[in-house]
Design a protein around this ligand. Structure first.
Ligand SMILES: [Zn+2]
Length: 74
């Protein structure tokens, strides 16, 4: 089940979108390109990207989030 939530971006403070795929939370801000994918179960950061900090993780920052990809990462 995928749930969506609007939050304030931790980077720029504008509205960002948080999507939840099971235990994986994906946060993406369209205003500043902030991106964070985290697994609640393991506490691991699967992907992180801000304009100042280069991305970490196996995938590039410009790929969109899919259920298949996040569960594969987790
Ligand atoms: Zn932002």
């Amino acid at each position: 089940m995928v749930t969506m939530q609007t939050i304030h971006c931790p980077h720029c403070g504008k509205l960002a979108l948080r999507q939840r795929y099971g235990s994986v939370t994906h946060t993406q801000c369209p205003h500043c390109d902030y991106l964070m994918t985290m697994c609640d179960r393991t506490g691991r950061v699967l992907e992180a990207y801000t304009p100042e900090i280069t991305h970490v993780g196996c995938y590039g920052a410009n790929l969109t989030c899919t259920l298949e990809r996040t569960t594969a990462l987790c």
